[in-house]
Ligand binder design. Structure first.
Ligand code: SF4
Ligand code: FE
Length: 493
C-alpha cells in the first residue's frame, strides 16, 4: 500500500471500534469530536507533509525491511544521518502544528523494541525479534500510527511492581495460554493513544526476578476486546466545545492528546508478543526508548518554540514595541535557548552508533542532556513570551464580546465597538490580528498546547531526575579524574 494522505488516515480511524470515555460518557463519534479532532489533525499533518515533494527527504525513507518508500515515522534508523533527519522532521512538524503531533512515540518504540528483541533472542533463544519484524513490516506497508506505550500508573513509588497492594498498578501478564498471553493493567499519559491504529507496549522500569510477569512487551490493535481509554483533559479544553473555530481557542486546527489506556484482560496472540517474563531485558528496552524520546524533544519542542518566538515577535510588533532594545534582546535570548535545544538534538544524533541489530541508537549521554535542558528552557522561553505579550494575553474579553452588537456606550456604541476601540494599538494594525496572536500565545503558554510545550517538557520522556541518573551513569567521572591526575602529575594509587 502507498503512503496514506492525511484524509485517508482520518477515514481509516473511522473504521476502528475504539472505545473512548470523556466527561463521564462514552464518545461514539470521537473522530469528529471538537476536543479530539485537533489532535487528529496534527497526526494527519505527518501524512500530508510526506506527500509533499519539498519535504520528501525529511518525511520519507527507504525501508530497511522491504526496500519500499515509507513514512519516516515508521522507519528503523539506518545511520546517524537518519537520526539527524528525524530531529529535523520533528522540528518541521512542531512548526507546522504548534502542538504535539503524537506519532513519534511509536517511531521511538519501534527502534527500541527492534534492537532489544534482537539481543534478547540472542541471549535466550526466543523468537521475539522475528515477531517484531513481521509486525513492523505490516505497520510500514499500511502506513499506520502506533502508540508507543511505556508509563505505568506505578502506585506507591516506594514499592516494586510485585509489591504493590493493587497488583494492576503495573501492567502484567495474568495468564499464559498455548497461543498467547492475557494482560491486565494500564498505561497512563499516553500521547496520541486514541488516534493510533495500534499500541506497542513496553515495560516502564528495569525489573528483578520477582517482577517477571511485569516484564512484558507486545502489540495490540486500538479496538482489541477489553481495551478502552479515558481521555485526559487539558487546560481551557472546553473552549473548543463553545465554538471550535473561535479566536478564543488560540489554535483551532491543531492540538495534542493524552489518555489513560486500560487493558482489562486483553488476549495477545503469540505473534504479537515481544517480551514475556525476560525481566533482565526490561531495563534495556526502557533505556533505549527513553533515549530516543529524549532525542525527539530536541526537535518537536524546538519547532513549537519557533512558533512561540514568532508569536511573541508579532505581539511586540502589533503593540508598536518591536524596536525597543529590551524586546530585541528578549527575542535573542529566546532564540538562543531554543537553538541550544536543537544543538542537543542534533548532537546526540550525530554521535549515534549502530546497535547489534543494525539500526542506529543515539548517544545516550547527549540525549539525556538534551532532555534535561528541555525541562528548563521552554519555561524560560514562555516566561519571556509572556513578558513581551503583556497582561492582555490573560485579561482580554471573549470573541463574543468583540462581536457583540449590544448597545453599551453613551452614543449607542456596541460592546464590540468598545472592545475594538480600547484594544486598538497602531493605526495600521488590525485589532483582530492582535487578538489572534495573543490567544495563540495564551494557548501555547497556558492553554491546551501548554500540555505539550510546558508540563510535557518537564515530565514527558521521563522527569528531570530520570535524566540526572542517566547523566551520572554515563558521565564517566572516573575517566575525568584520570585526566586531571595526568595533568597534575598525580599517580593513580
Ligand atoms: Fe512527538 Fe514531541 Fe509529541 Fe513526543 S511530545 S510525541 S516527541 S511531538
Ligand atoms: Fe512526549
Amino acid at each position: 500500500m502507498a503512503l496514506m494522505t492525511g484524509e485517508e488516515y482520518i477515514e481509516s480511524l473511522r473504521r476502528l471500534k475504539t472505545r473512548v470515555y470523556m466527561f463521564g460518557e462514552q464518545v461514539e463519534n470521537w473522530v469528529d469530536h471538537p476536543i479530539i479532532r485537533p489532535s487528529i489533525n496534527s497526526v494527519a499533518m505527518t501524512y500530508d507533509l510526506a506527500q509533499d515533494p519539498e519535504y520528501a527527504d525529511l518525511m520519507t525513507a527507504k525501508s530497511s525491511l522491504t526496500g519500499k518508500t515509507i513514512n519516516r515515522f515508521t522507519h528503523l534508523h539506518q545511520s546517524t544521518d537518519d537520526l539527524v533527519r528525524k530531529v529535523k522532521m520533528q522540528r518541521l512538524l512542531g512548526q507546522k502544528t504548534g502542538a504535539c503531533f503524537q506519532r513519534c512515540v511509536g517511531m521511538d518504540a519501534f527502534n527500541a523494541v527492534f534492537s532489544t528483541t534482537y539481543e534478547l533472542d540472542e541471549a535466550k533463544g526466543t523468537k521475539y525479534h522475528e515477531n517484531f519484524v513481521k509486525f513492523l513490516e505490516m505497520i510500514q506497508d499500511e502506513d499506520l500510527v502506533v502508540d508507543g506505550a511505556m508509563t505505568d500508573p506505578k502506585g506507591d513509588r516506594g514499592k516494586a511492581p510485585h509489591a504493590q497492594p493493587d497488583k494492576d498498578l503495573f501492567l502484567r501478564i495474568v495468564e499464559r495460554l498455548p497461543d498467547g498471553i492475557v494482560v491486565r493493567g494500564a498505561k497512563a499519559h499516553q500521547t496520541g493513544a486514541v488516534n493510533s491504529h495500534w499500541h506497542l507496549i513496553m515495560p516502564t522500569i528495569a525489573m528483578r526476578e520477582a517482577d517477571a510477569d511485569y516484564a512484558v512487551s507486545f502489540a495490540c490493535p486500538s479496538d482489541a476486546e477489553g481495551l478502552f481509554m479515558v481521555y485526559g483533559r487539558q487546560s481551557c479544553d472546553t473552549r473548543k466545545l463553545e465554538d471550535p473555530c473561535s479566536v478564543d481557542v488560540g489554535n483551532s486546527r491543531f492540538g495534542g492528546q493524552e489518555a489513560l489506556v486500560v487493558f482489562d484482560d486483553v488476549f495477545i496472540p503469540n505473534e504479537y508478543v515481544f517480551m514475556a517474563g525476560e525481566y533482565e531485558f526490561a531495563g534495556m528496552m526502557v533505556e533505549r526508548f527513553a533515549g530516543y524520546h529524549r532525542q525527539s524533544y530536541g526537535g518537536c519542542k524546538v519547532g513549537v518554540g519557533d512558533v512561540v518566538i514568532g508569536a511573541a515577535a508579532l505581539a511586540a510588533e502589533y503593540n508598536g514595541a518591536e524596536k525597543a532594545s529590551h524586546i530585541k534582546d528578549k527575542l535573542i535570548e529566546m532564540t538562543h535557548l531554543n537553538e541550544t535545544l536543537f544543538c542537543c538534538g542534533i548532537a546526540c544524533s550525530a554521535e549515534g552508533h549502530p546497535t547489534k541489530a543494525g539500526n542506529y541508537q543515539i548517544d545516550l549521554l547527549l540525549a539525556n542532556v538534551c532532555k534535561q535542558n528541555v525541562t528548563r528552557f521552554p519555561y524560560e522561553i514562555v516566561r519571556l513570551a509572556e513578558d513581551i505579550a503583556g497582561g492582555l494575553m490573560v485579561t482580554m474579553p471573549s470573541q463574543k464580546d468583540f462581536e457583540s452588537e449590544l448597545p453599551a456606550g453613551r452614543g449607542g456604541e456596541s460592546v464590540g465597538e468598545i472592545c475594538r476601540k480600547y484594544f486598538a494599538t497602531r493605526e495600521d494594525m488590525d485589532v483582530e490580528d492582535r487578538q489572534k496572536v495573543l490567544r495563540l500565545l495564551e494557548n501555547l503558554c497556558l492553554g491546551t498546547a501548554a500540555v505539550g510545550y510546558r508540563t510535557e517538557s518537564m515530565h514527558g520522556a521521563g522527569s528531570p531526575q530520570a535524566q540526572r541518573i542517566m547523566i551520572s551513569r554515563q558521565g564517566n567521572i572516573q575517566g575525568k579524574k584520570d585526566l586531571a591526575r595526568a595533568i597534575a602529575g598525580i599517580e593513580n594509587r
